[in-house]
Design a protein around this ligand. Structure first.
Ligand code: PGA
Length: 242
């Protein structure tokens, strides 16, 4: 499975959601891209994005609760609610949540398990910091994150992994192709028997200009795109390169 997912983060209002989702739907209908296309708008824009995407672009949440709910969990959105809102995917363990909200891999694993229970495909994010890379620990850190974040049910259900070096996110820096291939191999080794049916995405400053070389790197099955997913032409340029 090849997949390009746009993570809008905390960006966008109704106008942008309508414009991006409808614009992508039109282009998908006109040219049937070789990969699945997913957009992950902020939760309040999901309904609008779904209506505008007209079934041609898949939807994802940016996070979900580790609680199945329903219940007294103020501010949380459950995986079931995302499924009910039309999502097929949900990002879990993004580094912005691991760092800003102190999310550890055990919590990420619980969220991924909830996603699978709700029939969603979790996009499980992993990645090393610059200090960890400079200390030569990237492979070990990422392998451990994958091992600890992967829910048991992944043996039988579909998950997606996303390797996003923390220092490459939103910075304009990207890992070298050799480094990307090395980490994707390491992630694949942890996945073992499910590797063949599991997409491993690369994320971190992916743009139309670098998309082709990254997306044709060994072991790269797609991209998780932040900044460039907010501009229709840029995101489409990446989809077209996949
Ligand atoms: P970026 O973000 O493409 O803006 O670097 C990627 C991500 O955080 O998923």
């Amino acid at each position: 499975m090849r997949l390009v997912a746009g993570n809008w983060k905390m960006n966008g209002t109704s106008d942008l959601a309508r414009e991006l989702a409808a614009g992508l739907a039109e282009r998908v209908a006109a040219s049937a891209p070789a990969c699945s296309v997913v957009i992950c708008p902020p939760a309040p824009l999901l309904g609008l994005a779904q209506a505008s995407a007209a079934g041609r672009v898949a939807l994802g949440g940016q996070d979900c609760s580790d609680e199945a709910g329903p219940g007294a969990f103020t501010g949380e959105v459950s995986a079931r609610m995302l499924a009910d809102a039309g999502c097929g995917y949900v990002i879990v363990g993004h580094s912005e949540r691991r760092q800003r909200h102190g999310e550890e891999s055990a919590l990420v694993q619980a969220k991924a398990a909830r996603a699978l229970e709700a029939g969603l495909v979790p996009i499980i994010c992993v990645g090393e910091t610059l200090a960890q890379r400079e200390a030569g620990q990237a492979v070990e850190v990422v392998s451990t994150q994958v091992r600890e974040s992967l829910p048991e049910a992944a043996a039988a259900q579909t998950v997606v992994l996303a390797y996003e070096p923390v220092w490459a996110i939103g910075s304009g820096l990207t890992a070298t192709l050799a480094d990307i291939a090395e980490i994707h191999r390491a992630v694949g080794a942890v996945l073992g028997p499910i590797r063949a049916r599991t997409a491993i995405l690369y994320g971190g400053s992916v743009k139309p200009a670098n998309a082709r070389e990254i997306l044709t790197t060994e072991g790269v099955d797609g991209a998780l795109v932040g900044g460039a997913s907010l501009k229709l032409d840029d995101f489409w340029g990446i989809v077209a390169a996949a």
